[in-house]
Design a protein around this ligand. Structure first.
Ligand code: CU
Length: 378
């Protein structure tokens, strides 16, 4: 696994570059791209040309079950970089009403539509939508319409600034996650005032309760209550070091749920954002290999296949399991992060969120840019 740390570092230094542009298409909806020269009032795009190093590591580690493919993807030369143009109809997005969003992906240099999307976790695009104070989260799947175009119809719960992370993998360029900010109707894009506080440990665990909801409808009330526990290992979490995020899904009374259903081809999904909203990590459950190298007492009797993916050739998971689902990740910087784990039970989605504090790693320097230029191998 150490070899993963020696891979070229791409991307995170590019996250800081925000470019603004507005344009109009013939349908009367405004489109905003990540590259261009005219500023826009309520649209801000932040292009991440490549995944962060931490993402590479998290993905590679999470991808042990198809390590050859993941390894090959990492080494693949980047033949092109894409840009995202976001538009909506209507252009001013009213709160609480379904609006159709269009995400146009094109080659950053030529402007040509990009079409070589690979299917990752059953989808060509995973779109994470957050309010930019990290108080609200959604995970939706725009439909590919051809010619680089994706559309999705979705609603936003309250007025303010939202940020999207369009997570896709290209056959000829690997994974890219352009970010984009926009405001709801009548609002202007305002910088995030994220005031998250770390969840308190209860012994080894962070424990919160959540209501299950229909897929991609986080605001639908009335779902069953679940208790979800998260044990980060080791504690404290250190920047630049591998960490395991061990989730345990329990019912409202605290009884472990042993019949979790696969969700999007995995036993769970874990999305992590830094409190400045710029660092995006998306992790999939660990494979069986090496996952029991830590032997916590509370894991006694745990089936070794729990939380592990058993892929068939079409990449779909067959197993049903629970209550434990474990992810490997690696936080790039010290600071606060919000973690969302998503799991499926009885055809409803449990979105469990926690705030964790990441302490400086041993090799971490004080300047952000330098951190990313220096691989942390211990
Ligand atoms: Cu997804």
């Amino acid at each position: 696994m150490n070899t993963l740390f020696k891979l070229p570092l791409l991307g995170i230094s590019m996250l800081g570059g925000a470019l603004l542009v507005a344009g109009c298409n013939s349908a009367g909806t405004a489109a905003t791209e990540v590259a261009g020269d005219a500023p826009s009032a309520n649209r801000i795009a932040v292009q991440s040309e490549a995944k962060t190093d931490a993402q590479s590591k998290a993905q590679a580690q999470a991808g042990d079950d198809h390590a050859g493919e993941m390894g090959g993807m990492k080494m693949k030369p980047r033949t092109h970089t894409t840009k995202l143009a976001f538009s909506s109809n209507p252009n001013a997005i009213p709160v609480g009403q379904p609006v159709t969003w269009t995400l146009q992906i094109s080659d950053a240099k030529s402007g040509d539509a990009v079409n070589d999307f690979e299917i990752e976790m059953t989808k060509k695009m995973h779109l994470i939508v957050v309010k930019n104070d990290l108080s609200w989260f959604n995970h939706i799947h725009p439909q590919f319409q051809g010619q680089g175009k994706f559309t999705v119809t979705t609603a936003l719960p309250s007025a303010g600034t939202y940020k999207i992370y369009a997570d896709y993998t290209l056959a000829n360029a690997g994974q890219e996650v352009p970010q984009f900010e926009f405001a709801t109707a009548g609002q202007t894009v305002t910088p995030a005032k994220v005031s998250i506080v770390p969840d308190k440990m209860q012994g080894m665990w962070l424990v919160n309760k959540f209501n299950a909801h229909p897929e991609s409808e986080p605001d639908t009330k009335g779902g069953a209550v679940y208790e979800v526990a998260l044990m980060p290992m080791p504690m404290p979490i250190l920047a630049g070091q591998d960490v395991m995020l061990h989730f345990q899904i329990r019912d409202a009374k605290g009884t472990p749920v042993k019949d979790l259903q696969p969700y999007l081809g995995a036993m769970g999904h874990c999305v992590i954002l830094s409190s400045d909203t710029n660092s995006y990590l998306h992790s999939h459950p660990m494979s069986g290999e090496g996952t029991m190298s830590h032997s916590m007492g509370d894991m006694k009797g745990m089936d070794h296949s729990m939380g592990d993916m058993k892929m068939n050739q079409s990449g779909l998971v067959k197993a049903q399991s629970g209550p434990d689902v474990r992810f490997h990740t690696n936080f790039p910087h010290a600071g606060l992060y919000k973690v969302w784990g998503q799991f499926q039970h009885k055809r409803k989605i449990i979105t469990a969120s926690f705030v964790v504090n990441v302490a400086p790693g041993q090799t971490q320097k004080s300047t952000g840019a330098a951190d990313e230029a220096t691989p942390h191998s211990h």
